[in-house]
Design a binder for this molecule. Structure first.
Ligand code: FEO
Length: 171
């Protein structure tokens, strides 16, 4: 059984994952109307779907452990970006913030000796390592190419093969 404080903290993470899904959905919609970056557009749509999956996994866990998962109210995210680089920088910043919030959940689980929740959260810890590494990698590439059209063409081609998330094990 979850403590009330653990349940509240997990529900806050439900909100954060739901908001992340919205943030990347907005990036996807913006990218879709930019010419020639179809694969980057698909990347953002896939990433948005991944975040929804992260949210659902939390919802099921909370409910299965005797709590009640609260479906959150969400804010409208940033809708447009000055450039592709700005969008990916924002994605990296967002993932770093999500990692911090996961770490806080792990702290709470340990302080409450809630080992079941601690164990559940390890999937998210591993997932965040992957997501941050991926976002850093793309940002490093963008730093090299700037917003040059030829570089963006190559990034758009390469990003087609990038697998996001899915985590260390199937959810
Ligand atoms: Fe669910 Fe990208 O963090």
């Amino acid at each position: 059984m979850l403590s009330q404080s653990m349940q509240d903290a997990l529900n806050e993470q439900v909100r954060i994952e739901g908001q992340s899904s919205q943030v990347y959905l907005a990036m996807a919609s913006w990218a879709e109307i930019q010419p020639g970056i179809n694969n980057i557009t698909s990347f953002f749509y896939r990433h948005s779907d991944e975040e929804r999956m992260h949210m659902l996994k939390l919802i099921h866990f909370i409910n299965e452990r005797g709590g009640f998962a609260v479906i959150p109210d969400l804010k409208q995210p940033q809708l447009t970006f000055p450039s592709i680089s700005h969008a990916f920088k924002s994605l990296l910043d967002h993932e770093v913030a999500v990692s911090e919030s996961i770490n806080k959940l792990v702290d709470i689980a340990l302080s409450e000796k809630d080992y079941a929740t601690h164990n559940f959260l390890q999937w998210y810890v591993a997932e965040q390592i992957e997501e941050e590494a991926l976002a850093r990698n793309i940002n490093d590439k963008l730093e090299l190419i700037g917003d040059e059209k030829s570089g963006l063409y190559l990034l758009d081609r390469d990003i087609m093969n990038v697998t996001i998330g899915g985590g260390p094990a199937n959810p």
